[in-house]
Write a protein that binds this ligand. Structure first.
Ligand SMILES: Cc1ncc(COP(=O)(O)O)c(C=O)c1O
Length: 393
């Protein structure tokens, strides 16, 4: 028997089956209207009554979550949008991405179940989050990464004491190896697409948005999608809030993917139930997947909410990185800035009305990306004339 909750590896219809996610989804169960956030509890555990019930002794936190909701006026103006534009800056989490929300819940459940070694496949951010939370919980962490993973992300994982192994082959080869280790070596499975507790952690960002907007929800929520955990978490939490509050309307959910890795976008355009496996040809490592394993639920949520799926090019994501930094002082990696690129696409298609309220989920900092600009710096003598001439626009 494998350790760590597993999805059906064939259909991945996890959140549709009775289980922890479905339980937490029942509107009456947690009586949201009466929940008081307990800010004395650390990180995501402030939302403890809405999370899977885990005893206090097992809970691990690095004060994740409670990230800023930024009113992005300059970015809105740059993109010709006069409505309300908000950024949820998930790069401010302790290890630099929204994955800390997942890690807090997953590692706590691993502690609760007596796990000793955690294992996952990661392009960097999830590996760093699990490595950090595993370290403070006193657990061993093994991270399987694809060759070519960004150096700063590998350094970060290793600094937390994780054993990081680069494995050749496809993403499925790496996941297959990971699941074999779970089954044969008894390691605990913290792959977010195979362990529904990860989705539970991502829901906390949506509760924070609702609170920070004065108990309102945006009209649109734009999320970069890799395996789909983050979008599913936002969608389920918002659906939960809508069923508990008569004044709320479900936001339109938008999945953004790279043109070079568009499995949900293709599924959406073909009108089918599942993501359609395809290439992985993009610079955006966090959202580069052959297939979105939560594709079924992502497609259902975006269709039911009246949302959509859009593909953006690598060039659009790099432009978005610059726009976010220049307009709002938020430095994000391309996978995270994809939300901005997706929003710009929707604006271009005239999909968003001028008075609407839009949330862009900026999933991670850009500080751990491979930098490519250092080598092209102008180098001058200490001369004012040279300084002026090389800084002229
Ligand atoms: C920066 C960033 N954004 C988005 C994603 C995709 O998240 P999900 O797999 O939950 O769709 C990832 C996943 O690694 C990521 O690192």
């Amino acid at each position: 028997m494998s350790r760590g909750l597993c999805l059906c590896p064939r259909c991945h219809r996890d959140v549709d089956r009775p289980g922890i996610t479905l339980l937490a989804e029942q509107p009456g169960l947690f009586r949201l209207e009466r929940v008081e956030w307990d800010m004395k509890e650390a990180g995501v555990w402030a939302f403890g009554p809405l999370l899977p019930p885990l005893p206090q002794w097992a809970r691990v936190s690095l004060q994740e979550g409670h990230t800023p909701l930024i009113r992005a006026k300059r970015l809105g103006r740059r993109l010709g949008f006069n409505g309300e534009l908000w950024l949820k800056d998930e790069g401010r989490n302790p290890t630099g991405s929204f994955k800390d929300r997942l890690a807090a819940v997953l590692v706590s459940e691993a502690v609760h179940s007596g796990a000793e070694t955690l294992v996952l496949v990661s392009s960097g951010n999830m590996g760093a989050a699990i490595a950090a939370y595993g370290a403070v919980a006193g657990l061993e962490v093994v991270v399987i990464v694809p060759p070519g993973t960004a150096g700063p992300k590998v350094s970060q994982m290793m600094a937390y004491g994780a054993r990081v192994v680069s494995v050749r082959g496809t993403g499925s080869d790496r996941l297959g190896l990971c699941l074999e280790a779970v089954q044969r070596l008894g390691w605990y499975n913290v792959n977010s697409p195979f362990n529904p507790l990860g989705v539970e952690g991502t829901k906390t960002a949506a509760y924070e948005v609702w609170t920070a907007l004065g108990e309102r929800l945006p009209d649109w929520v734009v999320v970069p999608v890799g395996f789909g955990c983050n979008l599913v978490g936002h969608g389920l939490a918002m659906r939960q809030l809508v069923s508990a509050h008569a004044n709320l309307k479900m936001p339109r959910l938008v999945a953004v993917q790279p043109e070079g890795s568009p499995s949900v976008v293709v599924g959406y355009e073909r009108g089918v139930e599942h993501a359609v496996p395809g290439p992985q040809d993009t610079i955006a490592g966090g959202i580069s997947q052959r297939v979105t394993l939560h594709g079924y639920m992502v497609l259902r949520l975006i269709r039911e909410s009246g949302g959509t799926a859009v593909a953006v090019s690598d060039g659009e994501m790099l432009d978005a990185v610059r726009m976010l930094a220049e307009c709002e002082g938020v430095y994000a990696e391309p996978s995270a800035a994809a939300a901005v690129a997706g929003f710009a696409r929707l604006m271009g298609q005239g999909r968003i009305a001028p008075h609407e309220c839009v949330l862009l989920v900026v999933t991670a900092t850009g500080l751990k990306e491979k930098g490519d600009r250092g080598g092209s710096l102008p180098t001058i003598d200490p001369s004012l004339q040279q300084l002026e001439s090389c800084t002229r626009r």
